[in-house]
Design a protein around this ligand. Sequence first.
Ligand SMILES: [Zn+2]
Length: 132
Amino acid sequence: MSTGFQGKFHRQNMLSRFAKELVRRSRSKCELCEKSGAKLEVCELPPFGEEPFPDGCVFICEECRKQIDNPKKTIPSHWRCLNNSLWSEVPAVQVASFRMLRRLAHSERWAEELLENAYLDPETEEWARQAE
Ligand SMILES: [Zn+2]
Protein backbone atom coordinates (compact mmCIF):
# COMPACT_ATOMS: atom_id res chain seq x y z
CA MET A 1 0.00 0.00 0.00
CA SER A 2 1.39 3.35 -0.96
CA THR A 3 1.56 6.00 1.70
CA GLY A 4 2.22 9.70 1.99
CA PHE A 5 1.15 12.39 -0.38
CA GLN A 6 1.19 10.25 -3.46
CA GLY A 7 -0.90 7.54 -1.83
CA LYS A 8 -3.43 10.08 -0.64
CA PHE A 9 -3.63 11.68 -4.06
CA HIS A 10 -4.11 8.30 -5.67
CA ARG A 11 -6.95 7.54 -3.29
CA GLN A 12 -8.72 10.85 -3.91
CA ASN A 13 -8.38 10.22 -7.59
CA MET A 14 -9.97 6.80 -7.24
CA LEU A 15 -12.79 8.16 -5.11
CA SER A 16 -13.60 10.79 -7.70
CA ARG A 17 -14.03 8.03 -10.24
CA PHE A 18 -16.88 6.60 -8.21
CA ALA A 19 -18.90 9.78 -8.53
CA LYS A 20 -20.71 8.66 -11.66
CA GLU A 21 -21.85 5.42 -10.09
CA LEU A 22 -22.81 7.17 -6.87
CA VAL A 23 -24.84 9.81 -8.70
CA ARG A 24 -26.92 6.94 -10.04
CA ARG A 25 -27.20 5.19 -6.69
CA SER A 26 -28.17 8.34 -4.80
CA ARG A 27 -30.34 9.76 -7.61
CA SER A 28 -28.35 12.95 -7.03
CA LYS A 29 -29.65 13.43 -3.50
CA CYS A 30 -27.57 13.42 -0.37
CA GLU A 31 -27.70 9.82 0.83
CA LEU A 32 -28.14 10.95 4.43
CA CYS A 33 -30.33 14.07 4.49
CA GLU A 34 -31.82 13.68 0.98
CA LYS A 35 -30.98 17.23 0.06
CA SER A 36 -31.13 17.70 -3.70
CA GLY A 37 -29.46 20.32 -5.81
CA ALA A 38 -26.48 20.36 -3.47
CA LYS A 39 -22.90 19.61 -4.29
CA LEU A 40 -22.33 16.01 -3.23
CA GLU A 41 -19.04 14.43 -2.36
CA VAL A 42 -17.76 10.91 -2.08
CA CYS A 43 -17.04 10.10 1.56
CA GLU A 44 -15.18 6.91 2.31
CA LEU A 45 -16.12 5.16 5.53
CA PRO A 46 -13.39 3.82 7.82
CA PRO A 47 -11.77 1.41 8.30
CA PHE A 48 -10.04 1.97 4.99
CA GLY A 49 -9.03 -1.10 3.01
CA GLU A 50 -6.19 -1.33 0.61
CA GLU A 51 -8.22 0.15 -2.23
CA PRO A 52 -11.41 2.18 -1.93
CA PHE A 53 -14.59 0.79 -3.52
CA PRO A 54 -17.96 2.41 -4.21
CA ASP A 55 -19.90 0.25 -1.76
CA GLY A 56 -17.59 1.47 1.00
CA CYS A 57 -18.56 5.09 0.37
CA VAL A 58 -21.51 7.37 0.88
CA PHE A 59 -22.39 10.27 -1.37
CA ILE A 60 -23.29 13.21 0.83
CA CYS A 61 -23.72 16.98 0.94
CA GLU A 62 -21.24 19.41 2.43
CA GLU A 63 -23.37 20.01 5.51
CA CYS A 64 -23.53 16.32 6.43
CA ARG A 65 -19.83 15.94 5.70
CA LYS A 66 -18.91 18.90 7.87
CA GLN A 67 -20.86 17.60 10.84
CA ILE A 68 -19.53 14.06 10.49
CA ASP A 69 -15.97 15.34 10.40
CA ASN A 70 -16.44 17.82 13.26
CA PRO A 71 -18.31 16.34 16.20
CA LYS A 72 -18.37 19.78 17.84
CA LYS A 73 -20.37 21.16 14.93
CA THR A 74 -23.05 18.53 15.20
CA ILE A 75 -26.54 20.02 15.06
CA PRO A 76 -28.88 17.28 16.33
CA SER A 77 -31.96 18.56 14.49
CA HIS A 78 -30.18 18.13 11.16
CA TRP A 79 -29.97 14.41 11.79
CA ARG A 80 -33.67 13.64 12.05
CA CYS A 81 -33.05 12.44 8.49
CA LEU A 82 -31.46 9.33 10.00
CA ASN A 83 -35.01 8.10 10.60
CA ASN A 84 -35.08 7.33 6.90
CA SER A 85 -31.47 6.75 5.97
CA LEU A 86 -31.05 4.06 8.62
CA TRP A 87 -33.42 1.90 6.55
CA SER A 88 -31.58 2.48 3.29
CA GLU A 89 -30.95 -0.48 0.99
CA VAL A 90 -27.32 0.59 0.75
CA PRO A 91 -25.21 -0.91 3.57
CA ALA A 92 -22.74 2.01 3.56
CA VAL A 93 -25.62 4.44 4.16
CA GLN A 94 -26.83 2.27 7.04
CA VAL A 95 -23.35 2.22 8.51
CA ALA A 96 -22.90 6.00 8.27
CA SER A 97 -26.36 6.51 9.82
CA PHE A 98 -25.73 4.03 12.60
CA ARG A 99 -22.44 5.67 13.55
CA MET A 100 -23.97 9.12 13.61
CA LEU A 101 -26.85 7.86 15.75
CA ARG A 102 -24.41 6.39 18.23
CA ARG A 103 -22.81 9.79 18.54
CA LEU A 104 -26.17 11.55 18.97
CA ALA A 105 -27.54 8.99 21.39
CA HIS A 106 -25.26 10.39 24.10
CA SER A 107 -27.45 13.49 24.29
CA GLU A 108 -30.56 12.88 22.20
CA ARG A 109 -33.37 10.69 23.46
CA TRP A 110 -34.89 10.25 19.98
CA ALA A 111 -31.58 8.98 18.65
CA GLU A 112 -31.31 6.49 21.48
CA GLU A 113 -34.81 5.21 20.72
CA LEU A 114 -34.07 4.92 17.03
CA LEU A 115 -30.94 2.94 17.79
CA GLU A 116 -32.87 0.60 20.04
CA ASN A 117 -35.20 -0.18 17.16
CA ALA A 118 -32.50 -0.36 14.53
CA TYR A 119 -31.96 -3.57 12.72
CA LEU A 120 -28.85 -4.07 10.64
CA ASP A 121 -27.89 -7.43 9.29
CA PRO A 122 -25.02 -8.90 11.33
CA GLU A 123 -22.39 -8.24 8.69
CA THR A 124 -23.40 -4.60 8.33
CA GLU A 125 -23.53 -4.13 12.08
CA GLU A 126 -20.05 -5.55 12.48
CA TRP A 127 -18.81 -3.07 9.92
CA ALA A 128 -20.66 -0.24 11.64
CA ARG A 129 -18.98 -1.08 14.96
CA GLN A 130 -15.49 -1.08 13.50
CA ALA A 131 -13.37 2.05 13.65
CA GLU A 132 -14.88 3.26 16.89
ZN1 LIG B 1 -26.77 15.85 3.59
